[in-house]
Design a protein around this ligand. Sequence first.
Ligand code: DP6
Length: 331
Amino acid sequence: MDNQESKWVRAFTNIAFIKYWGKANEELMIPMNNSLSLTLDAFYTDTQVHFLTELKQDELYIDGELQDEKSLDKAKVILDLVREQAGIQDHARIESINHVPTAAGLASSASGLAALAGAASLAAGLDLSQTELSRLARRGSGSASRSIYGGFAEWQQGSNDLDSYALPIDDANWDIGMIFIIVDDKRKDISSTEGMRRVVESSPYYEGWVQSTAEDLKEIKVAIAERNFIRIGEIAESSAMKMHALNLSAQPPFNYWSPDSIIAMRKVEELRDSGYPVYFTMDAGPNVKLICKQSQMDEIYELLLKDYRSDQLVRAHPGPGMQVLAGEDLP
Ligand code: DP6
């Protein structure tokens, strides 16, 4: 079945201010806590899917290159769910284009799997609501559930497949932005999935994480509603540090930091000491993301250029939700 419904879908990546770090159910991708993120305009994925009778297996092309079986694992989960819902048997050809600034090494599963959920469901003729798209993207990668929406989105953990999805919180169309400090573009050696599994199983602090995250979430939502930038930054930085503390307290302990990550965190603290309201967050990798006011972003960027090359710094603004591409936007 090739069909006319195959459209290009674009989804932007998101960075969590309240981190998702642990699963209650690995198969259904139900998290241990609600999380909250900001969708950003700097990194995105364009994807198109064709279900084709002649294919012997699913195929994934990223930037024109056919990927190996292993890279298809997460995508297959989404394809199988779509086939089941649409009642089709055909294998799929997925074409994806990652828009990631050179050397960034930040290809993100969030934008990739959200775009796939959108493109695969359209190609199969399914007309899904945003909630259904968020649930579908979640099954590929938890953080992808939030990339359906622009601005701030909250993934409500729920307790089953039906009630675990993200919702929009605020369009973030105000004075907030982010600078990515790329200290290292290598792939992480402990995947998010593996890292989460280890902390849930072995960190003596895990219960404290779940409790304090619920508090952080409540507070950051108030701060977002009030556009209280400083409070948002403080809570986001603290949530990231708590997540990384879980990793240090797991058995065996692990961390995602390189020496250069620590230097970058210090740099952010120095900027803060000199009067700029700036905060950092970090994910399952060594790069540091600086949260700043959009109105000060260029000034801070210039200051960072004293210590970093321009290809190590990426400025990002709040980005839009998932979109079907047409006209000039088509890849
Ligand atoms: C640190 O969504 O990549 O970025 O669900 O196992 O695919 P899986 O993990 P993933 O984990 C993201 C973890 C994080 C925090 C966050 O985005 O909330």
